[in-house]
Design a protein around this ligand. Sequence first.
Ligand code: NOJ
Length: 581
Amino acid sequence: MKPLKWWQSAVFYQVYPRSFADGNNDGIGDFKGITEKLDYLLELGIDAIWLSPHFPSPNWDCGYDISDYCGVAPEYGSLDDFKTFLREAHTRQIRVILDLVLNHTSDEHPWFIESKSSRDNPKADWYVWLDSPRPAGAGGVMAPPNNWQSCFDGDAWTYVPERDQYYYHYFMKQQPDLNWRNPEVKKAMWDAARFWLELGVDGFRLDAIGTIYEDPALTPHAVPMNLAQLRHFSETAQTPKEIKLREKYWHDMFHNQWGQPGLHELMKELRAILDEYPGDRMLVGEDDDIAYMGNGEDELNLVFNFPLMHTPATLTPAHIRKNQKERLARLKKLPKGGWACNTFGNHDSSRAYTRFGDKTHAAERARLTLATVLTLPGTPFLYNGEEIGMTDLIITDPSKLRDTMATWYHQSLINDLKVDAAEAAQRAGEMTRDKNRTPMQWSNVANGGFCAKNVEPWLPVNPNYAAGVNVKDQRNDPMSLFNYYKRLLHLRKSTPALVAGKYTPLEIQAKDYLAFTRRVESQTVLVILNFSDKRLKLDLSKSIGAAALHIIFSSAGRSRTLENPAEIHLGAFEVHIAELK
Ligand code: NOJ
């Protein structure tokens, strides 16, 4: 077997800079704060950081609307602060990848300001501009070029009087799509990527790559509703027929606006740029389509296994098994081989603790979730705060929402769909991504120790910091989720089979538990995850033979003992990892 690249053996940890650590006590996270917490991350046992956007931005989309690709948002610090952070991370052998947003810029980016100023300026063709299909005049209101929707805030077209034209935006109107068919755009963006590569960053997470090109024929969608109506329909859909229709409508509404020809060529170009730099710089795409890995070597190194985390209900052994079967088979087919990448949380999705927990067993399920992502084949990505069991915080005061997508939805519920105020606030609070972006809870003091009591954090802190959901208390408690994360992360590092081993599922009919082996030449490890609230006694001697099992990890606190494969005892929800001797 080829020696692994660093990004194959690493565990990544997503830092959401606005919420991670506030070094200057202004209620907003920053580089000083992140740098001060690097020893914390080292202690936890992660190997690489994915940093969500840290660039100057008017923050209509929390930094995913960038107004300068080579700068640092002043609220996060200066370029020197970034360099210090990068140097200190590297000193600790922690790699850093940045978020590269290719599809769109902010509408306050100088490129867009110039582009929208006239039809014949040097950047006139840097964005996607179109005339109205109907001539203006006779007092007539211009009509957008077609019925495409933005996935965030209504029409995908916004009119600009200076040009008497519309520009296209897949996301908010403050996020105009770049025209990637223009070679100057490509060059400018590749230059930005090089700027950070030269500073020494280890790669990029590529935002929303599927949306870079649109159907040039501008084929309209055929869904009989607009975005607000579709969102509302999705939330109220109940019957199997409605649920099926909901999926079809989401697909049909946007399928002309993503996944269009040209993307693979573009990914190849970017790959070639990264390969000019030493140190195996890497690319991970915000997409689950394995096709973006090209032949396994010439496009992206990784794409996220989102289908694993997108379960309609809580995580089950059957779901994981099916997912692995399909996913690993597809990766294997890549001519140069592919590498998996698993995750259960990020800044766009409800927190795993909330999503997979039920009222009585959330803590146990959080332990199973981590064991799943750290023992299945592939590179794991964790999301900041999951190591202490942070949960969603439903913000029902609309004035406290910072996710503009939710503010827009709240307004359309009230104004267009005539939903009453209390229900609209609740729905917006549930759909917003603010709920999973609240500040990190460092200790049991006001504002969870994120910032001082008299400072208002940019988003409210979840009050459960006072009920043990904070780093300081958990650090002192050997049985805490934090210490469980630490133990399992360190075990993974010292267990080659868990990083590189071939995956073989066992007992594939079992409903209550997931069992599999991971095997490298020097070691075979058996993983059993009991997803049920029952104690189990298993006989696995037929599938793994009679050799004794040496327990190397047990969430039930079993000490390092030998076990008979014909008589394996598991406690309710136990995570049980053993080496075959
Ligand atoms: C995906 C990002 O993860 C999300 O937060 C953002 O709103 C969109 N892309 C637009 O950049």
